[in-house]
Write a protein that binds this ligand. Sequence first.
Ligand code: ADP
Length: 544
Amino acid sequence: MLSTMQDAPLLVSGIMRHGQQVYGDSQVITITGPAGEYLEASFTEVAERAERLAAALERLGVGDSDRVGTFLWNNQTHLEAYLGIPGMGAVLHTLNLRLFPEQLAFVINHAEDKVIIVDGSLIPLLARVRDQLGTVKHIVVVGDGDPSALGETLSYEELLGAEEPGYDWPTFDERQAAAMCYTSGTTGNPKGVVYSHRSTYLHTMAITSGSSLGINELDRVLSIVPMFHANAWGTPYGAFLTGADLIMPQMFLQAEPLVATIARHRPTLSAGVPTIWSDLLRYAQTHEVDLSSLRLITAGGAAVPRTLIERFQDELGIEMVQGWGMTETSPLCSLALPPRGTPPEEEMNWRAKTGRVVPGVEIRVVGEDGTVLPNDGESVGEFEARGPWIAGSYYNDPTPERFHDGWLRTGDIGSLDRRGYMQISDRTKDVIKSGGEWISSVELENEVMAHPGVVEAAVIAVPDERWSERPLVVVVLESDTTLNADELLEFLTGRVSRWWLPERWVFIQEIPKTSVGKFDKKVLRSQHADGVFEVVEVEIKTGR
Ligand code: ADP
């Protein structure tokens, strides 16, 4: 028996229309200058510009399912593209501004982008690959900048200026592609993930739900995570659907301008990778700051050191929760909100976990032999994910080994407890297998970073004759400390199992980061293999 309910498709244009009609006065603020200059626009204005954009793209020949790449910062224009491109039935392809040229050319060609919208400040980056782009028919330039290096280009403002607002948004199958995003390709070429209108809509409902971020009209969302990194974790759509103001920092992402933006525009919510938050914390430790508007910040994309969450709470009074997700999962899968009944003094134990599975997503843990392990908080295996906003394949890239009976294999290792809390210990490609047992690089990093003299620490596996692999710790120290490996080892003693205690240490100025700001362990491994590091070897006195 079928239901008697209407079959209204879940479309991105529905998100836009709701924001436009119900929250027309909500604001989008774009930071435009280093001294805090900014531009303001209402949701009504943004939606009207999205309508003009759709009409202009149609006039350029963009049709159903054509890909339109965006090479843009987090700003109002990017939001217009987020709304207008999927709204008209085309596919928004957010391009990572920090890819190496060959990867950038690869993703544009692989996705067969027909149009690229580029920010004037980014012209030189796109120009490096312009002559390799076989499918691109038009390049649309936003704002200032000399576009001559790109050949023939069009002006975004002129295109929009030639159109009228009031585009008639089409209706189509909700399973049609709305947007695509490539993984950052830590191994091999990047892989394309294609989000549908349905998956985008449902993911938007999930991040606005009270069981996760609870984004609503009382919020002001500071969108730090780039709009090309798993679509800014869904925050632009979440804000537009619920009338939360959006604050867009563009390229002003260093601690100093961010702190000024927070003090001036008073966001209540924000999301970012741990490195952004630790920079901000370090700045706040030596400067007068006002971050009191923030009710909740989320950190994810990489393991979040517990000490970072504690210091935000203790030193700044800000609640930080950890979340977990992937480009393949839209990305929200889990958020470490404490369970009900948690006494305040125990909250940290929960918030520091990797995350609690959000409604709509299923997670399971699978052992090396393919059997599903119990959710007992102890059994360790690979996480697999399933749900309406989880990828079921990659775009034009058959990789059956990444899927298992209809579940996505995440490549992340850890345990799941009976209440849905996940704890990651490693990525499959980062695990350290020492004497037949796993050492968790995530946990070891956490413990090293708990030392107040340590700014950053990354742990990689290195070959070892006796144990097959051992951990090597790469550390960045605070500038005013003279800590050495022996002292750090002493600090670790008692905090981790004795046989985990690392005998190899490297001290450097900065840990290399990936294009989305995570520790780049691939680079660390190759630097170590090339003998770039001066490794300090310490003796572990008692046997393991
Ligand atoms: P890439 O795979 O290129 O890094 P993604 O941003 O899609 O791009 O990365 C997803 C991965 O990030 C996850 O598979 C996981 O390894 C890692 N990750 C995300 N959130 C967390 C977290 N809270 N703790 C540990 N790892 C995380």
